[in-house]
Each structure stands twice: as structure tokens, then as C-alpha cells.
Design a protein around this ligand. Sequence first.
Ligand code: GLN
Length: 270
Amino acid sequence: MTENEWMLTSVLDCRRVDLAVNKGELTPFQRSRYDQMRFRRAQGEPLQYIIGQCDFMGIPLSVDRRALIPRPETEILVDLTIEKIRAMPKKALNVLDLGVGSGNITVALLRYFTEMNVTAIDISDDALALAVKNATANNVEQRIEFLNNDMVLYMKEAIRQGEKFDVIVSNPPYIPTGQLAQLPDDVRREPRLALDGGDDGLRFYRSIIEYGWQFLTANGFLVMEIGDGQREGIEKIFAQYPQYGEIKFYKDYVGTQRIVFARLGGSWKN
Ligand code: GLN
């Protein structure tokens, strides 16, 4: 669909094929909504924020400026997580999502695994409110504990309390601070908190890798989305933590290294 078709199907609440039948006949109210959408788009606002909806793994999610727009690449992260959980001797029941954002990863995993529970952390209260909305709309909110906290503070506390998770999943902010200004217009409209990965973009990987192994269960694993060109830097961080037994990288649709998977030592054989 073209962007105009997206906006029209949203205003008319119809499918793309219906547009041809309707021939663009809009009521005055619909016309003003459509004009307003086109105006916002011309100002550089991302299309998904204007429509207020997006599809993630076939799941309809609300999106707005409170959180990052779910990306197709993150579907690869979820697919891989599902595959790895299915290969575990004991299926992962206890999952931690660090930086839950709109809730896309958590909601998709909970829709897939009916026995799973997720602890979902975000430093942004606004993002959490959106995640609660998406979880509720998809009937999985009862299996999520939402926590408004800084992920590092949370991890330290979880370790102190002896908390354990089977899986840690995260799409952390990974854009180097100095590159934020050069991002495309629409990406710059997304929350800076969801994008800014510190000086070298690796700030959150350092913390998650440092603390993660300390509260993973014996068969547990950590899986994260990574930015273009970050593989080497992330390998160096992992090299400091021999507790991870296996570390693997996976590419996205265009061949960019996009996901890192790491599990604790030991075998998954029953
Ligand atoms: N994939 C996003 C982008 O390239 C960045 C998301 C993130 O920092 N986790 O715009």
C-alpha cells in the first residue's frame, strides 16, 4: 500500500480493495481527518504514529510517540526466541523483557506460549502505559508484571534477591549518541530514550551482559537485537564473561548482523 492508501483505509476504516469502489468519496469529517493526517506526514511524523496502529507478527498494536515503532527486524528476534525456547529441555516460563517499549516482543511471545510469564521493564512511564494497552487489547496483561525502572537498577536488585529468569530478551537503545542527529526525520520523532545507546551505542549491552548471567536459570539464555556494525564490539564484551557457553549472531533480511544469542554453559541435552 502507498502511504496515501494507508491513510485512506484508516480514515474510511476499510480494506485497500474497497478504496477503488469508494473512489475517494469522503464525508466532510473524513476529509478533515485525512487532510490532518497528510499535514502531519508532511511535517515528518512517522506514518505509524499518524495511523496509530501497526502490525507486528500479525498482531495489531497501538503505536504513538510514547514508544519506538516496532520494526520488521525485531520480528526476527521474536522468531529466534520462539525457536530457542522450543529447543529448551524445560520450556521457558519466566521471561524478562528489558525495555519493553510498546510491548511488541512481550505480547508476541505471550500469544505464542500460553504458560509463559513476563516481567517487563521500562524506564519510560509513557512507554509502559502503551505496553499495558497493547497487552490488554491482546488478552495477555494478566501474565505480565510491568515495572517502571531503570534496567541496571532492576538487574542489580534482581540478583540481590536471588530472582531467576529462563530468558532475557531485549531490543535496547543502540544508536550512538553522536549519530542521533543524523537519523532520518521520522526516526528522530521517536523517543530518544528508546534510541540513545550512549557514546558507542553499546552502553546497554555492557550492563545486560555483565549482569544477565547472574540471574539466568541453568538452561537460560539471553537474546538481543543489535545495531549495524556492533557485532565486534559486542563479542569483546562477551569475551569478558566466560559464563556464557555459546554465543551466536544472526543476520536480518538484508544480511546485517542483527541478533545476538548467548546461553549459559552446559548442555541442553536431557
Ligand atoms: N532499529 C532502530 C533504528 O534503526 C533502533 C532501535 C534501537 O535503538 N533499539 O532506528
